[in-house]
Each structure stands twice: as structure tokens, then as C-alpha cells.
Design a protein around this ligand. Structure first.
Ligand code: MN
Length: 472
């Protein structure tokens, strides 16, 4: 894989002008930032754009711009045959075209040969797991590192991207190639690995809010109930405020942390939840020592959340500026987007609660119509699935009108357990969407599609059949 990265790096460096096209989520924004900085350091003329999905229209538009070289990051592998004729390189980790059907692997050879102008770096072609072992920003980083060893400091962005794509293993740590990238970051002094709780908001949220908003795992009797969280902390002799400021997790002493975690564990187990719900609360967290403690930029997980909220509101450039240390104005903008995002999510969850989730034998679904923006419907689906209010044994499908893209957006989410039992949402979305005149793809555990309006019922029926046939 490193050799291939070197070839791609050379190809990039032989051009004076490079246009980056990236996916608009945390991993995509981190990928574009890595590519951007590496090109800037190589004194190239660089431009960048973000897309939600690389569909036929986008490809046509990009082809029309006649860039001497396009660098696709965190996307492209699934659309390789449509990129034919374009001078481009791809650093991606999504399932390559045709990979869902092993009998068609031969075709992939054909695609590669008639796409001679395209070079691709994708872990799937090296027998690695693109959902766990390396992200889009990871593959982009491998190329950047081959362009110049100085780019090793960009490993921190690759870690943010991997964390943003939820690549940590069940033990709460990055594994595979991600581990090597992490080591680069530690070596460069841009990342520190710490063992702590994996609950969200350690830097930016008051302590009781960390508990109140906990969703993975659900904290029984605490999640969603602010006053219980406050009482719980008080009962355990945790001081909530210091000089009038709310204390945060990272302000706590080791003993205080230990006490809270063991009490949480006791609560979870006594309510009959599985021990995994306790072990998944502890894992590695990745600190960016160059950033100010107590800000969202100090921990990779929160940094990636900030980038995701930029992506969801189509402000990829704001995220990119933040990644590239262009802070004041852009950081404020990013934080504002996140605040607005959290408010929208709460409204969407309330809406789903009001309409309910419909269950079939192998799937469950809801339709957000025009009440849930298509940009957040995937997140909402994931939150509903992990909320504890619905059956975790069924993958969830969420629909939302997508006026802009002319159709209905579908997001699907599964669980690790379902994937272990054979669930592959990526192939389900792409094959079933195609059957109703749409397109789709993604990962086995999370995938999406765009289908024509009015085709929802038909789509649900064939997805249900398909998923029923996947599960062992
Ligand atoms: Mn990605």
C-alpha cells in the first residue's frame, strides 16, 4: 500500500495545478485539509470543493471544469467507471465498485485497465478493512507522507478523520493502519493517547451534561434527565462548580473519575444491561496537545464533531480553515453551526418520537418527509437506533425529502452485532436503489441512497428481502 501511495504522490507532484474534491463530512474535511496542506507545502496551485455524494451530475460538472489533475479524497472508488477519461487520483476507503459481488471482480480488472488515467489508493484492494483499519483521511495521509516526510504532522488530521468515521474498535481504540498513523502523530508530538472514558464532551461540556447526553451507552436513570444527573454527582461528593464555572470531565481528579465510573458501572449492571455497556465506556482518547485544553479542538472526538456539523450545513470550507489553523473567525462560525445543529437534532428526535418507527420482520423505518433535513437524517437514524427506544436487532432506515437533489434521501444504520451476522447495508443500498431507479452505497454498518419520490414502499419491500437474505 505504501508503494502505491508513493506512485500516487509522484503523480501528484508532477502536476502544477491540483483540484481537490472531497466528501463533506468530518473524514472528508480532514482528508481535504491534509491534501490541501501537502499541496500548499509543495507550492502547487490548489483549489478544493466538497460534495455530498459523487453522483452523475457532480462528475459531469467536474469533468466540465477541465482540471489538469483532480484528487478525490474520501470518495471516488465507488464511481470509478464514471470517472473514465478524467486525469485523477483517488484516496478513499469506501467499498470499490463491484466489490459487493465477488463474481464480478474480473470486471474490476477491466475498469482499472480502461481507467488508465486514474490511480486509486483504497484499503479494500489490499485486503484491509476500510471501515475499521483506515479512513479516507488515512489513505490521503499515506500519500501526503510520501509527498514529503514533513507532512507527518498531518497525522493528527488523519486521526480526527478516523475518529469521525467511528473507526475505533470495540475496545475503543484505533487499530490496523490507523494505529501506525497514530504512532506517527505521537512521534511528531501532535497526538497523545490517553485511557479515559469514551463518553462525549469531556472538554466542552459541564460534567452533568456529559451524563445527560450520554447515548453510547445509555446511562439508565441519567441519560436525558438533567436533574438526576446533578443529583447523582452531588450524591457522589463531586463538586459541580469551581469559581462559578461548571467543572468539566477533564478538570476532575483521577479519584473523582474512578468514583463516577464505578458508580455508573454499578447502575448499568444493576439495571440488567450487558457488561459490554460498561466496558465500552472506557477506551482510548486522543488528545491534540497543540490545542487549548477545554476547547473542542483539544480532543479528536470533539474536533470531529465540529467538522461534521460544518459538513452537514455545507460549510466544508469553514471546517477546512479550522483544520488548517485559521481560527478566530472560522472557529466561531463552526461553533455556531454546531450549536444550531444540536438544536435541530433535538427537534428531529422529537418529531420521530411523534410519528413512531414502523417495524417489519428484518428492518424498521421512519419517514422524515420535509420535517427532517436530508443532511442530518443519517445522524438522526443512528441516534434513534442507539436510543434504547427501538429494537436494536433490526437495522433502521430513515427517509427524508431531498428537494435539492430531486428525490428521497435514505440513510440506513446497523449495529456491529448485525454486521457480524451478515448485514451489509452498502450492497443493500446500492442494489436496491438501482432497482427503483436510484443510486446508493457506503459501508456495511452505515450506508445511504437517493431514490425517486414515491418509490419508498417498493424500496422498503426489496431492502427487507435483501437484508433478510443477508442475515444468517
Ligand atoms: Mn470516510
Amino acid at each position: 500500500m505504501i508503494e502505491k501511495a508513493k506512485l500516487i504522490a509522484d503523480r501528484i507532484l508532477s502536476n502544477e495545478k491540483v483540484h481537490i474534491v472531497s466528501h463533506i463530512d468530518a473524514d472528508g474535511i480532514a482528508s481535504a485539509s491534509i491534501a490541501y496542506r501537502a499541496l500548499e507545502r509543495a507550492e502547487k496551485d490548489v483549489s478544493v470543493e466538497f460534495v455530498k455524494q459523487l453522483d452523475g451530475n457532480e462528475i459531469k460538472k467536474i469533468k466540465g471544469q477541465e482540471h489538469p489533475l483532480v484528487w478525490f479524497t474520501d470518495l471516488g472508488s465507488g464511481q470509478m467507471s464514471s470517472l473514465k477519461g478524467m486525469n485523477c487520483v483517488i484516496t478513499d476507503h469506501h467499498e470499490p465498485e463491484n466489490d459487493s459481488e465477488p463474481t464480478e471482480i474480473k470486471d474490476r480488472g477491466n475498469i482499472l485497465s480502461y481507467c488508465a488515467s486514474i490511480m486509486e489508493l483504497n484499503p479494500h484492494n489490499f485486503g484491509l478493512d476500510g471501515a475499521k483499519e483506515i479512513s479516507g483521511s488515512g489513505t490521503t495521509y499515506l500519500v501526503a507522507k510520501q509527498m514529503d516526510k514533513e507532512n507527518k504532522d498531518l497525522s493528527k488530521l488523519a486521526v480526527i478523520g478516523a475518529v469521525g468515521d467511528l473507526q475505533a474498535s470495540e475496545e475503543g481504540r484505533l487499530v490496523g493502519m490507523n494505529r501506525d498513523i497514530l504512532d506517527d502523530g505521537v512521534e511528531e508530538g501532535v497526538i497523545e493517547i490517553k485511557k479515559d472514558t469514551t463518553l462525549y464532551g469531556l472538554e466542552s461540556r459541564p460534567l452533568h451534561k456529559v451524563l445527560e447526553y450520554a447515548s453510547d451507552p445509555i446511562l439508565p436513570g441519567l441519560t436525558g434527565d438533567e436533574s438526576s444527573c446533578v443529583n447523582f454527582l452531588v450524591e457522589n461528593d463531586i463538586t459541580l462548580k469551581e469559581d462559578n464555572d461548571w467543572r468539566r470531565w477533564h478538570d476532575l481528579t483521577k479519584d473523582e473519575k474512578r468514583k463516577i465510573l464505578s458508580e455508573l458501572a454499578r447502575k448499568i449492571l444493576s439495571k440488567g444491561f450487558p457488561p459490554e455497556n460498561v466496558t465500552c465506556m472506557i477506551g482510548e482518547i486522543y488528545i491534540l496537545p497543540g490545542e487549548e485544553p477545554g476547547t473542542m479542538l483539544h480532543q479528536a472526538k470533539e474536533f470531529s464533531t465540529l467538522l461534521n456539523s460544518c459538513g452537514r450545513y455545507e460549510k466544508g470550507m469553514i471546517g477546512l480553515k479550522v483544520c488548517l489553523d485559521d481560527r478566530d473567525e472560522y472557529l466561531k462560525k463552526a461553533e455556531k453551526l454546531l450549536k444550531g445543529h444540536q438544536k435541530i437534532l433535538v427537534d428531529c428526535l422529537n418529531y420521530v418520537e411523534s410519528i413512531g418507527v414502523e417495524e417489519r420482520d428484518f428492518i424498521q423505518f421512519f419517514h422524515g418527509e420535509d420535517r427532517i433535513p436530508d443532511t442530518v437524517v443519517g445522524t438522526v437514524a443512528g441516534m434513534v437506533l442507539s436510543s434504547g427506544d427501538v429494537d436494536k436487532k433490526l437495522p433502521i432506515l430513515a427517509f427524508a425529502d431531498s428537494e435539492e437533489r430531486g428525490g428521497v434521501k435514505v440513510s440506513s444504520r446497523g449495529t456491529k452485532r448485525l454486521v457480524d451476522n451478515g448485514l451489509d447495508l452498502s450492497s443493500a443500498m446500492s442494489e436496491c436503489a438501482e432497482k427503483v431507479g436510484g443510486e446508493g452505497g457506503g459501508h456495511d454498518i452505515a450506508a445511504g441512497a437517493l431514490i425517486p419520490e414515491g418509490k419508498e414502499e417498493e424500496f422498503i419491500d426489496i431492502v427487507e428481502q435483501k437484508i433478510g437474505s443477508q442475515l444468517k
